[in-house]
Design a protein around this ligand. Structure first.
Ligand code: PLP
Ligand code: ZN
Length: 411
């Protein structure tokens, strides 16, 4: 019973399998590389249990509970994550010259796509009687974990690089978490959180190593498949930005599951987009030589020097017959403003990154003018107003007098 639809945890590096109830995060057989584990399901059982109509009505991601690796008896910790809108984007499409849709995952409860994963991770942590949760984060995972920990009545102790945007540091504090600002990079905060997990036994939500939490990100793929199915056909492309690479890998797994089960006709090609200053997955995909790990971009959510999920992300890009592109910080900021000003959707720089990649792929290939593209806005822009202001310029200051307004607008 319990979690009988989960067959095993399988190492993405050596293929060894583990009991899904074993208290491990990664395959211990490897030095240097991380032996990320993949959750393997019994799809006959899932198919038998999943009886929801694919009618486009999605109240939350728990519509797809049959696919999620939680015990049937577990009490679900939810704030209503998922079920985000897939918007037609006529103004943006006209601007780009290619039919474009936007899935706005910035509308999740704490303002980013990671809530899908956190809801699953915290549900499992509660069911396993854990009472302290931890993660390392460039900002959004910390805020997300803190919010769901508060919801569940658990402690959250989180590690962030000290230069995370102010809005992303305030948010977990409001949710009552201990926020440990590490004097170092995200990669260093990450290593510290793993060491602490081993030393203290806290439940680690880190996207890249906790094999279960990334499974929640599949629901963005399930939703896209359902929403595009209702609209009439699968899109040609779906664009995500990539940091550690878990989001795009999870989304692909979800998209592929629905096609494999025959719920929808087809899968899209994936466009994975990174910032030029943090492009390790892009480089691996294109077989470029591996440089020193650098993470220099204002798109803090994807400022990752050593991505933990390169293997899964590259595999997803290849299986989908998609590709990876990289874009500059300037292009990222311009795209953030383009999305806001054409469609009223305020995305954070990591969301702007996906759109900037689409623009680049329209200009230089491989996106063709007759194709349809979905841009996934992975996070809400209000978390990081500082970087947005670098792209928008300043407000217009005036005296409180009608003459000043006349000077601006009177013909
Ligand atoms: C974390 C994050 C990403 C990248 O996800 P990965 O799984 O690290 O590739 C993209 N956008 C936003 C807003 C994020 O918070
Ligand atoms: Zn292994």
């Amino acid at each position: 019973m319990a979690m009988d639809h989960v067959e095993a945890l399988e190492c993405t590096v050596c293929g060894e399998t583990y009991d899904p109830d074993a208290p491990i995060y990664t395959c211990p057989n490897h030095d240097g590389v991380t032996g990320i584990l993949e959750v393997v399901y019994d799809y006959d059982l899932i198919d038998e249990r999943f009886d929801a109509d694919l009618d486009g009505h999605i109240e939350s991601q728990w519509k797809y509970e049959a696919f999620l690796p939680v015990d049937e008896e577990a009490e679900i910790v939810t704030l209503g994550e998922g079920g985000t809108d897939l918007f037609e984007a006529p103004n943006l499409s006209a601007e780009l010259g290619v039919e474009t849709l936007v899935k706005d995952d910035g509308r999740n409860p704490t303002g980013c796509l990671k809530d899908r994963a956190t809801s699953v991770a915290v549900t499992k942590a509660v069911h396993a009687d854990q009472d302290v949760l931890t993660c390392a984060s460039t900002g959004n995972a910390a805020a997300s974990l803190a919010g769901y920990a508060a919801r569940a009545g658990l402690e959250a102790r989180i590690f962030v690089p000290e230069d995370a945007p102010a809005g992303k540091l305030a948010q977990p504090l409001v949710y009552g978490a201990d926020v440990l600002a590490v004097e170092g990079s995200y990669d260093e905060a990450y290593d510290l959180s793993v060491a602490v997990t081993e030393a203290y036994g806290w439940y680690n939500r880190n996207a890249a190593i906790n094999p279960f939490q990334v499974e929640g990100k599949r629901t963005v793929g399930h939703e896209l498949a359902e929403q595009l199915h209702v609209r009439g056909e699968m899109a040609d492309w779906v664009a995500f930005s990539m940091g550690d690479g878990c989001t795009i890998a999870g989304a692909w797994k979800g998209l592929k599951e629905f096609a494999d089960l025959g719920y929808v006709e087809d899968t899209p090609k994936l466009l994975g987009v990174q910032a030029t200053g943090a492009a390790a997955i892009h480089d691996a995909f294109h077989d470029l030589p591996e440089g020193e790990p650098v993470a220099e971009t204002l798109a803090d959510s994807i400022a990752v020097g050593r991505p933990r999920n390169t293997v899964k992300a590259v595999r997803a890009l290849k299986e989908s017959e998609g590709t990876a592109v990289r874009v500059s910080d300037q292009e990222i900021l311009e795209a953030e403003v383009l999305l806001g000003s054409t469609e009223g959707i305020y995305t954070e720089p990591a969301g702007g990154t996906a759109l900037a990649g689409v623009k680049a792929a329209i200009a230089d290939g491989p996106i063709e003018p007759d194709e349809t593209v979905v841009v996934v806005s992975t996070g809400f822009g209000l978390k990081d107003t500082e970087s947005a202001r670098r792209a928008t310029g300043e407000v217009t200051r005036i005296e409180p007098s009608i003459e000043e307004v006349n000077a601006l607008y009177r013909e």
